[in-house]
Design a binder for this molecule. Sequence first.
Ligand code: PA5
Length: 469
Amino acid sequence: MRITLDFGGMMADAVGRRHGLTVEQIDAMSERFKVVHQNLQQRRKAGDLPFYELPYDQAALKKVLKTAGRVIKECEDFVVLGIGGSTLGGIALFRALAHPQHNLLPEAKRKGLPRVFFADNIDPEGFSALLNLVNLEKTVFNVISKSGGTAETMSQFIIVRDRLIRKLGRKRHTPHIIATTDPEHGHLKALAREQGYETLSIHPGVGGRFSVLSPVGLLPAAVAGIDIAELLAGARNANRTCKKGGLWKNPAAMNAVLQVLAYTAKKKPISVMIAYSDALRDVADWYRQLWAESLGKRLDVNGRVVHVGPTPVKALGVTDQHSQLQLYMEGPFDKVITFLTVGRFRKTVKIPAGFNHIDGLSYLGGHTLNDLMQAEEQATEFALTQARRIHTGIRLPEINPFTVGQLLFLLEVQTLYAGGLLEINPLDQPGVEAGKEFTYGMMGRKGFENRAQMIASKRQEIGSYRIMV
Ligand code: PA5
């Protein structure tokens, strides 16, 4: 069972030469691809890109399954605390592969699995509502922070720990916290050691947005009953083609080349991913972060100021046909669109026949929602082609742990190739770090006083431009 990259809609044959690509243009990227490819393979061999090895990490898989087994046995609710790359992967897996209404199912129908929540923001209203909803006695909190110092996650942790201790006492609160963090460094690791929390490790060389196939994504998925061994098998399968040295045989490299050509040669600064599946909508969300944080950079690898990076947008089919599509069809020619499609849905819903006397409704009867979804997706691709808008399709034969594993791995490797082709470092995030440092300054963290001063003096410089409603 293999997913397919279908890029006919990117080609000049389909949309004309002004916006579309030719085989010659793609082939002209072969030399650059070779250099990027060799560099990635060398770095991989040298152990410099450990995310590539996550699908092969049997020890991590075993440990996650053991921990998940304990959690499933002991708790009713499982709450992930984290932000960015520490939660987006888990959310994507949960949405794609757990029951669509997992948390609303009665316990018996959940087969004893806990409800799974992701507290990925610090909005006081949302966070307190969640803490009031769960029974602390029966809840396990998975604090996920690679650095162990992110203000949002650590604030959540401090609040939760305090409430647990007040409710259960210092000794009994311990099994209610599991820390997923760097194996050696950071405050979270140190605290976990000191307090005796169970810990799961994130390889020091794996950044947040490349960590979905590590315990970061695997533990919440396993607790939700997802077959994580199959997920990893799918990723390993994708690796077989995504490491090939020929551009036309390597879907990750090809999609990177197509996206980069769309951005550079065809001047399409916006890259939309539209998932025609509720289950895949958060894969598009996860990918948005992967693409944005990895490719949006001020400096290239030679230290030159380039301010590069396509803007990723996520959308949902068919819902956003009634929201975004007008713009995509008739607005500026500034987008490349990726369709995430599903060959066979896990459920079929028939539309009963009827209303034979109303032509505008009778045609629907006898079809299925599946037919309608597929027809709308294909019609939209066709309409975009007619309107000379470039697009690709990533087609999943069906949604299961294996194909989702393939998909995530494909997109991760594609991102590395795109970074190489754009000559930037896709693995750092200096812009995010800068924001974090200003927050520390404003919150009074020692050592960051000058950041607070910088904000205060800038505020004074800028006049007040306000109107009250
Ligand atoms: O992808 C990334 O590197 C970021 O989005 C991080 O995951 C995010 O900032 C959270 O960092 P941490 O896991 O260190 O708390």
